[in-house]
Design a protein around this ligand. Sequence first.
Ligand code: NAP
Length: 229
Amino acid sequence: MPHALVTGANRGLGLEFTRQLLARGERVVATCRQPGRAMALLRLAGEHPGHLAVLPLALPDPRSIAELSREVTALDIRIGLLVNNAGMLVGGERFGTIESKSLRESFATNAEGAFLLAQALAPRFADGAKVVNLSSRLGSIAATDSLHSPSYAISKAALNMATRLLAIALAGRATVIAVSPGWVKTDMGGAAAPREPADAVASVLRVVDALEPSRSGSFLDEQGLLQPW
Ligand SMILES: NC(=O)c1ccc[n+]([C@@H]2O[C@H](COP(=O)([O-])OP(=O)(O)OC[C@H]3O[C@@H](n4cnc5c(N)ncnc54)[C@H](OP(=O)(O)O)[C@@H]3O)[C@@H](O)[C@H]2O)c1
């Protein structure tokens, strides 16, 4: 049975993806930087014996990606769904004081990490696999009219391009989309966000379930509507 692989699964949307995928009977590989400290995931593993593997992954570290690929191969896992969910946002950026470190780390986690992971795991994809890159409205060049979180916005625009390129590279093997989950109450989204993780993830999974290969390479919102690049 193909597995879903979710990155950044120890909290926020990644944890919720893992919870909902397990609840509907799927087998899940949940990755996080520190599995030993991922108490919510370890609890889920206990509640779903044999259905959840919790493995380490720090993005975009090539050794960590290679180690995960080796482990997936050793466990003979085929991946039906890759959720490139792990992401970071540097808060409080103001033009004039934006630092190279913020730009580099945001790109490395949000764009480079997702691209390299999809590339590394591609040989393990099951027929008809789906790759879902968690993007953001802030990554839409066409929709941008304010200087909001530039390191994040630039990295998510890069992730959108990575989505397009992966769709081309994996044509006939996997359907690849970028999806914006909306503004969601998590550590990143903050307490003022209007949506609960459970609602946002349920919406995104409906989009993923209905996804046709003809939509590969597109940027969608959580309702499945095309977003401007
Ligand atoms: N929440 C929103 O409103 C919103 C809106 C649009 C898009 N999104 C996107 O949705 C995704 C999930 O967001 P969220 O709100 O759940 O964020 P979150 O609560 O801040 O969780 C981020 C997750 O990513 C992991 N992560 C960060 N950097 C990593 C790295 N270098 N290597 C591996 N894992 C790393 C974190 O792990 P640690 O615990 O180890 O830090 C954590 O598991 C992100 O891609 C985000 O950009 C969110």
